[in-house]
Design a protein around this ligand. Sequence first.
Ligand SMILES: Cc1ncc(COP(=O)(O)O)c(C=O)c1O
Length: 501
Amino acid sequence: MSLPGGRAASAPLLGHEIEPTIFELSVHGRSAYQLRTTDVPAIPLSDFIPAEHLAPKRVALAEVSERDLVGHFTRLSHRQFSVDLGAYPLGSCTMKYNPKFCDAVAADPGLNSVHPGVPASLSQGWLELLVTLEHKLCVITGMAAATLQPAAGAAGELTGLLLMRAYHGANGDLRKRILIPDSAHGTNPASVTLGGYEVTTIPSNDRGLVDLAALKAALGPDVAGIMLTNPNTLGLFEEEIVEIAAAVHAVGGLLYYDGANLNAILGVIRPGDMGFDIVHMNLHKTFATPHGGGGPGAGPVAVSPRLVEFLPGPRAACRDDGSYYWETSERSIGRVHGWHGNSMVLARALAYIDVHGGDGLTRVAQHAVLNANWLRERLRETLPAAYDRVCMHECVLTATWLKNAYGVRGLDVAKGLLEEGFHSPTVYFPLIVDEALMFEPTETESVQTLESLAASIERIAVRAKTDTDGLHHAPQTTPVSRVDEARAARQLIATEDAADR
Ligand SMILES: Cc1ncc(COP(=O)(O)O)c(C=O)c1O
């Protein structure tokens, strides 16, 4: 019997069969939703939207039942590694387990059913939440005020650079260069260019830290500021930060702290005390939202007193009588988000801060640093550290000897780990380390899990000699085996047109 269109898909696809795309499951006329009937009359879209902005033809969306929709995404989720599934030591990205309590708070209908356009008088609870979160983030970073609008770390960086531009501009002092260490995250130079500045790269010294002499030589009256991550992307603490801050301030420059990851310093040291003027934080790393595929992020930017008047607006504020309102200062750089930021990420962050409390946050940092150092020491003979020093929340190891001895590269080790049941570490970053493998075990993994991770890496090192070819093709036991990453990036097919089906 022939059936109309659409494929069937069911649990057997959990094997090695490829999950169909949602379009392959589509059958014309099926629907996963039902709209309520109302007595509001239907009005043609063209009455609201000028004809030139309307799509010329109906967009071909997949038509599937609720049952097929749920099945499709559930099967896909079972083929993925996730923070809830196991250890995810992806350095720099902080994929730590997040307390479900924070999700429960964000799922509260009292929070998530409020439209962001609702006037302040009707959303006092939300404004209180935002004011409280801003205050707590300022306490954590040692800053005076913050904007919660930026939607991610890179958006926070751009906001910070626009703040620098506004500050220097207000002093009639247009400057053109931003200094960035060669170990910096790639978003830093990209944001500098977007912000209309030029990058001057500062080399690292043989200890993996900013070369202070090179930094001083690069300073001048045209330097608008410096962007630094501390601990830096090698997982090392910039010990000369106070001297760096003094040197940059001496030429009238500002210091930007890339606080994408605060896991090493929470409750231990504050960027404000190190001399920084601007800090962005990735709430989607440190404060209960997973980074990357886990959904939207939030990159609040906190500033020192002299930059407060330039912060994006509107910001939630509290009157003396305890009521809340929106305010925008006269010299504000304006909005950096359509509304008030990715609010559910903000709600989760406040829940995370409150559920841990001050002491709890300090313990988060202490355990994150302890775990990274435990792993670094445990793997000393198998994968040595690129810089043999105490690290902070992450450690950068190198697979150079495996490459030289057996032709097994860092990427092969990382892919081999997937077969062992662990997510891969970050590979080939920072760029200044050969065959870099950056592990961030995070504070949420137990010593038993770390031991098991280390034992897996030791097994892979043995395999490098005995099963070199197998490692070159790893992972082979996962639903998706080794993909050609260069081809996947260069021949990206991200849309499916009905005409192609
Ligand atoms: C050090 C550092 N800076 C900036 C970013 C950018 O953050 P986002 O991915 O949210 O834009 C990241 C992200 O991983 C990072 O690790």
